[in-house]
Design a protein around this ligand. Structure first.
Ligand SMILES: Cc1cc2nc3c(=O)[nH]c(=O)nc-3n(C[C@H](O)[C@H](O)[C@H](O)COP(=O)(O)O)c2cc1C
Ligand SMILES: [Mn+2]
Length: 487
């Protein structure tokens, strides 16, 4: 059953030991960020800050809403958000995601909703009414948007896009909107609104039920509305309400909604910020500005906050799973015999490992081209392709395959001068400035043009012993005196 709002999700987190209520007063100035970060490091429950210094009683922050959990797996909160068992494996979540997203459900429009309990327009707007935190030391400012949904419309069609792009507060009614050209908001703004000299309306929904934010930060193809996919993922339509001052709709149960517009050719300095790469990102630089025209919010609003940095944070826990699912779905739909795709969370969405049956010589290169052509593929700088006997979710097996099956010279294929981001830690200042990167394929599959007898036989329990001996040993394991019989 889908969550109606963030509060129902918080209740489920609590039931599952994934929530820590914090009544001690905390400071939005670095203290909240430090606590959230420590939660990631420990895999501790998501903190619900109930008393924030200099903010009214009732104004709360939920930190690490989909952060990693040490109790079951990194992905326990993602599984709970999907209505699955927190014990679900990464592969189970990936397969379920694919199944559901392929049956999108359109949203329904409702007249009213909790997000309209309080309405402020124009001169009454003050974004600092909410406890936007200064997260990391050295950040360029307080960030109101670190776990949210940004809504924009393609001016030439009915395509409404949801994305997650960080939002820094400039002052009471302006925010920095981090619009990168590779994203869909970037396509709308840099290719359409700005060259035509038009303002781009936007809405920001903060504190939605958990699936909307998962859909917002997932790489999906152009022209696809993440709203319908979110409906599919939650198995129920999302209820939307019209905004007050812009021609857009937002989830009716959102905790906080910002409405506004980005003007063409206006820029103001933003950043730096502690980023998903695990490093402070780049420099302070001029980026587009959002002018807030209205704010609506639930009474006693809850702001969702992610404190990005070294893995594993919310972005890694969510995006590595949904990226893997999007790539797997795309490769399968092209008829490739792919077994599984996994993006290891510690590789911060820069790496995918793909297991496949090999159909012909150099098949891994064919797979690589198909992976890099997907929407998430642009940001996959490291690609590892393995035979289908390797479990891609088991890093011990992946490392073993990499160091025994990948030829250190002939198995590595470098692609120079690909599309990058301005804050990739491994790129030079020149590359950062020009959005340049590089990609590499590690082909860990046995060459199809080797004679069969040249392919080494795996020296493992399940391969080198006859089935009847394996069965006998497993059956007698406890009689030998051992207690544990599972890996
Ligand atoms: C917490 C968080 C913050 C993010 N901030 C940005 C950002 O500032 N700029 C950006 O281009 N992508 C950012 N991303 C990644 C985008 O959300 C992701 O690329 C998503 O697919 C964008 O949606 P789109 O493909 O519809 O443009 C962020 C992701 C997360 C999880
Ligand atoms: Mn999109």
């Amino acid at each position: 059953m889908a969550f109606r709002d963030l509060r129902e999700y918080i209740a489920l987190l609590e039931q599952n030991g994934e929530l820590q209520q914090i009544d001690k007063e905390v400071d939005w100035n670095l203290e909240i960020g430090a606590i959230i970060r420590r939660c990631y490091d420990l895999g501790a429950p998501a903190p619900l800050f109930r008393k924030i210094m200099n903010y009214p009683e009732g104004y709360r922050i939920l930190g690490a809403p989909l952060g990693p959990s040490k109790r079951c797996s990194f992905h326990a909160r993602v599984a709970l958000a999907m209505g699955m068992s927190p014990e679900s494996s990464a592969s189970e979540i990936i397969e379920e995601y694919i199944k559901r997203k392929n049956v999108p459900i359109k949203p329904t429009l409702v007249k009213d909703g909790p997000c309209k309990e309080n309405i402020y327009v124009r001169e009454d707007v003050d974004v600092l009414k909410f406890p936007a935190p200064l997260l990391h030391q050295g950040d360029g400012g307080r960030y109101i948007g670190t776990w949210h949904v940004v809504v924009t419309r393609d001016p030439d069609s009915n395509w409404v896009n949801w994305g997650m792009y960080r939002l820094m507060v400039h002052d009471s009614n302006t925010i920095a909107v981090r619009i990168n050209p590779q994203t869909h908001i970037g396509f709308h703004y840099y290719q359409k609104y700005e060259p035509r000299g038009k303002v781009m309306e936007f809405a920001v929904a903060l504190g939605t039920e958990p699936i909307a934010s998962i859909a917002a930060c997932t790489f999906m193809p152009s022209g696809i509305s993440e709203i319908d996919i979110a409906g599919g993922l939650r198995l129920q339509p999302i209820e939307m309400v019209r905004c007050e001052t812009v021609d857009l709709t937002v989830p009716a149960t959102a905790e906080i909604v910002l409405e506004g517009e980005v003007l063409p050719h206006e820029r103001k300095d933003e950043g730096p910020f502690g980023e998903y790469t695990g490093f402070r990102g780049g420099f302070r630089k001029p980026i587009p500005v959002g002018h807030i025209k209205a704010i609506t919010h639930r009474s006693d609003p809850i702001l969702t906050v992610s404190c990005m940095g070294v893995p594993v944070d919310d972005s890694h826990a969510v995006m590595t799973l949904t990226m893997a699912a999007e790539i797997l779905d795309s490769l399968r739909s092209q008829g490739l015999p792919i077994k599984m795709v996994y993006c290891p969370p510690h590789a911060v969405s820069h790496m995918a490992v793909v297991s496949t049956k090999v159909l012909y010589p150099n098949f891994a290169k064919k797979v690589a081209n198909c992976v890099w052509a997907t929407q998430p593929g642009t940001n996959l700088y490291y690609l590892v392709v393995v035979d289908d006997d390797v479990d891609v979710t088991n890093m011990n097996e992946v490392l073993h395959a990499l160091t025994t099956r990948c030829h250190p010279d002939r198995g590595i294929f470098k692609v120079p001068n690909t599309v990058g981001l301005s804050s990739l830690p491994f790129t030079s200042p020149y590359e950062k400035q020009h959005f340049l990167a590089a990609q590499v394929l590690f082909d860990c599959t046995w060459p199809k043009d080797w004679p069969e007898e040249a392919i080494p036989v795996k020296a493992s329990f399940d391969v080198l012993w006859p089935k009847e001996i394996q069965d006998k040993v497993l059956k007698n394991w406890k009689e030998y005196g051992y207690e544990e019989n599972s890996l």
